[in-house]
Design a protein around this ligand. Structure first.
Ligand SMILES: [Zn+2]
Length: 410
């Protein structure tokens, strides 16, 4: 019932919009490329029999009515914008698969109790303004006038960019939906990791979206001559930092779910023959269980302080951001599990380490996600790839999941 060829051909057509010399995609929000992508998808939505509109936040929405005009809507979608030199699947697959699911419903004459809306959110990635998920914030009602002051690298604000795209920034609050008006939000997305590939599975059900906790650790020791300072008289900030990094690795691994990464490291003064007196490094800790994540943080910092005492160095910790993880709802997960059972797919669940629009929708409605296998786990890169067959498996799983959600009378 799902037309794999149609999905694939539409993905190929979209990939020509904003194509870069480096072989990737660039579709920043409120640019003509993003508009072209939305225009093209609007034609697909119409083919699927949907009524199409752009809301006040620039979201492209295609709607199929339900048997009960007052029933809350089931929303399904993803985004069409990209990072700089991104891939063809991150975002577009979720939108195209959702349109395909609705087109299949039309072709099969399937009517549902609840209305269904396919949505292509404005600016999920945040590549242009370093502030993302603009469209989903708009729908969730959390996009503020202050948010619209974020600027791109040319000094253009979100409000100005919206105006140039024909939107009225003073009206974004009208994009907000009321809790109770939306039954659930479901998104199909590429995994952007290697878990499904390693398990040799085309699709999986997402248990939650991990929230990043970002810290900066600053260690201050004492500089000294590398040749004349004996080992027992040193207060080396870098060896202290190195021990902390091993602690991070050990403590994160112990949980089986938390991931911890040191991505930035600076060593001062940075001379080959000088004992480092200052080290700064960042820590990115993620888990879909906030308690587990914060427990790991506590144990890491406790041990870091012990290391500092032994080494005779000082530690300062700066909080850069603490984003709460968002669990995927029982409602959507069980609808997806029923879908997988009907299809004879192995039910496999996994967390999302990357952020998605569902994080913004969490206070509006129950959310959930499905992941499609990513080749080599590569994403945000022209090498990003999911096979045509896997895209088809994802779309049919999404189709069944939406039908399960939309036919139920409650
Ligand atoms: Zn994405």
């Amino acid at each position: 019932m799902i037309n794999e060829d149609r999905i694939w051909q539409r993905l190929q057509s979209l990939s020509t919009i904003g194509h870069t010399e480096a072989g990737g995609i660039i579709r920043l929000s409120f640019t003509k490329e993003e508009q072209q992508a939305k225009d093209l998808v609007a034609t697909y939505m119409k083919e699927a029999g949907l009524s199409v509109r752009i809301d006040e936040a620039g979201n492209l929405i295609g709607r199929k009515e339900g048997k009960n005009a007052n029933a809350p809507v089931v929303m399904v979608g993803s985004h069409l914008d990209s990072v700089y030199n991104g891939g063809n699947f991150d975002g577009p697959l979720g939108v195209i698969a959702a349109v395909e699911a609705l087109q299949a419903m039309k072709e099969q004459n399937i009517e549902t109790e609840h209305p269904i809306e396919v949505i292509a959110f404005t600016d999920e990635e945040g590549a242009r303004f370093s502030f993302g998920m603009i469209g989903s914030r708009g729908i969730a009602g959390t996009l503020t006038a202050e948010d619209l002051h974020y600027q791109d690298k040319d000094g253009i604000t979100i409000a100005e960019a919206m105006a140039s795209a024909g939107l009225n920034p003073d009206e974004v609050s009208k994009a907000a939906r009321k809790p109770g008006d939306v039954k659930a939000y479901v998104e199909l997305h590429i995994e952007q990791g290697r878990v499904l590939e390693q398990r040799n599975l085309p699709v999986g059900i997402v248990t939650g979206i991990a929230g990043p906790l970002w810290l900066k650790l600053i260690i201050e020791g004492e500089a000294g001559h590398a040749g004349t300072t004996p080992m027992n008289l040193r207060h080396d900030a870098l060896t202290a930092a190195a021990k902390m990094m091993l602690t991070i690795e050990t403590e994160a691994a112990k949980t089986g779910t938390t991931v911890g990464t040191v991505g930035q490291l600076q060593v001062f003064p940075g001379g080959i023959n000088v004992i480092p007196n200052r080290v700064e490094f960042t820590l990115d800790l993620r888990d879909i269980d906030e308690k587990v994540r914060d427990g790991v943080e506590e144990r890491i910092l406790q041990q870091a302080r012990e290391i500092c005492q032994i080494q005779g160095v000082n530690l300062n910790v700066e909080l850069l951001q603490r984003v709460p993880p968002v669990p995927c709802s029982e409602l959507v997960q069980s609808a997806a599990k029923a879908a997988f059972e009907e299809l004879g797919y192995e039910i496999f669940t996994l967390p999302s380490g990357a952020g998605h629009d569902g994080m913004q929708m969490k206070d509006l409605c129950p959310i959930g996600m499905l992941f499609v296998r990513s080749k080599n786990g590569i994403s945000h890169n022209p090498e990003e790839w999911s096979s045509k067959e896997d895209c088809g498996h994802g779309a049919i799983a999404l189709y069944k999941t939406i039908v399960n959600l939309a036919i139920q009378k409650n």
